[in-house]
Design a protein around this ligand. Sequence first.
Ligand code: CMC
Length: 392
Amino acid sequence: TGLIALDPGYANTGSCRSAITSIDGERGILRYRGIPIEQFEHSPNFVEVAWLLIFGHLPNAREYADFSAELTACANLDEGMKHHFEGFPRAAPPMAILSAMINALSCFHPELFELEDEQRFRAAAAGLISRIRTIAAYAYRHSIGRPYIYPHPEQRYVPNFLHMMFSDPYAEYVCEPLVRDAINLVLLLHADHEQNCSTSTVRMVGSSQANLFAACAAGVCALWGPLHGGANVAVLRMLEEIHQGRITPEQYVRLAKDRDSKVRLMGFGHRVYKQFDPRAQILARVAERLLAQLGRRDPLLDIARRLEEIAREDPYFVERQLYPNVDFYSGIILRAVGIPTNMFTVMFAMGRLPGWIAHWWEQAGAGGRIARPRQLYVGPESLDYVPMDERG
Ligand code: CMC
C-alpha cells in the first residue's frame, strides 16, 4: 500500500482545487470569488452573495430579480412536511430538526435529484436556500408552541424570515431596515469559508454522488459541534455565566489556559487566521453600531470586549496566535434582534448554505474521485475468534 502520510485534522492536506473562496490567514483577508468581504459591509445583501458564490459572478439586475422571485416562489414547505415537526418534542435541538428536515426535502422533491443541467441545479439551489429559512422558523415556532407563520408572498429574504419567526396571526412583525441589514450581514459573513469542517463534510458526502439535500443535511450535523458553528452558542453561555457573576473574565481566561480544565475561550482561535479574523472585526463593529442605533446597551458586549482585551495581552494567546473568530461577536447581534440562543447555530447554517451548495456543485462539475482517506492502523496484528463460552 506504500507509505501513508499522516495528517491529523488535515492541517496540511489540500483536498481539492476550488475557485470559490480564498483566505490569506497571515494577513486576515477573506475573499468571495475574489472580492474582499469588507466590500459587502455597506450594502449587505445575502441573496446577492449567495448567487455570487454559487454561480461565480455578481448577478446582474435581471439575474438578481429572477433569483429573488424564485426564492419567494418556493418558500412554502409541502404541507406533508409539517407533520414531521409535530413529531419532535418541544425541547428538540433545532439543529437536529434542521438536519432531519433538509434530508426530508429529498422525499418531497425527488424531481430535483437529477441535476444534469444548470437550470435544474438552480431550481434545487433556490429551493434549498429558500426553504431552509422556513424550516428554521418553523423549528423555532414549534419550540415555543406558537402557530407556524406562512412565508410572505412579497417580502424579501431576511424580512420574510423574521416575519415567519416573530409575526403572529394578530400582530405582524415589522422589520426595520437596520435590523434587516444587520441580519443580511451576519448571514453573508458566514456564507463560505473554503474547506472548513462542514464544507469538507458536504464535499465528502457529495463525492459519493449523494444528492444535494443529503450532503447539506450532513453539513448541518458537522456544523453543530462546539468547535465549529456550535461555538456561537457556547460563546453566549460563557458570556452569560460571567454576567451572572459565577466567574470573572480573568478567572475564565485563566481556566481556558489550563489544559487540565478542558475549558477553551470560546469564539477564539482559528486554524487558518493567524493575525485576526476579518469577519470578527466587522461583526464587532456591527454589534456596537446596531446597539447604538437601537438605543440599547448589552452588558454581554462589554464582557466580550473585556475578554478580548485580557486575551490580547496574555502571552498564552499571543504566542498561539489566538484571536476572536466569527463566533465571538455574532451572538450579540442575533440577541439584539431577538433571536434566541438555541437558534444561533441554525442562523450559521442558513448563512453557510450557499457555500455548501457552491462546493457541492463545483465538485460535481469537476467529476473528481470519491473522497476516501487512508489511515495508519495501530490495532493488533492478528487475533483468533474466541467462542462466547470460552471468553473470560
Ligand atoms: N482557548 C484556549 N486555548 C486554545 C483555544 C481557545 N479557544 N484555541 C486553541 N487553543 C490552544 C490549544 O490548546 C493549543 O495549545 P497547545 O499548542 O499548547 O496544545 C493551540 O492553541 C492550538 O490549538 P489547536 O486546537 O491545535 O488548533 P486547531 O487549529 O486544531 O483548532 C479551533 C482551531 C477553532 C477548533 C480552536 O481554536 C478552538 O477550539 N477554538 C474554540 C472554539 C471556537 O471558537 N470555534 C469556532 C471556530 S471559527 C468558526 C467556525 O468554524 O465555526
